[in-house]
Write a protein of this length. Structure first.
Length: 88
């Protein structure tokens, strides 16, 4: 479920800037690893991605990503569709 948060900066009664940022999805309680949380949030906010795309965007090595993705798949949190991974 996607949502948005409106962020407004008001100084002396004047609105200076308004930004719309995507709402952060809640993290499943079974996620304990910071890397697993990072990958899960990346997939939930960006949709599907390949290991190469995730590695480049997150600054993680592919070998690390494969281990994290395996755990996330075993928990039923992500699925693999060809070369791409997507959150469930």
């Amino acid at each position: 479920m996607a949502g948005f948060i409106i962020v407004e900066c008001v100084v002396s009664g004047k609105m200076l800037e308004t930004e719309t940022a995507p709402a952060v999805p809640p993290l499943p309680p079974e996620l304990q690893s910071p890397r697993a949380k990072l990958v899960y949030l990346y997939l939930t906010t960006n949709g599907d991605a390949t290991v190469s795309e995730m590695g480049e965007s997150l600054g993680m090595k592919k070998i690390s990503l494969y281990g994290v993705l395996k755990c996330l798949r075993e928990e039923g949190l992500v699925a693999c569709d060809g070369d791409a991974y997507v959150s469930q």
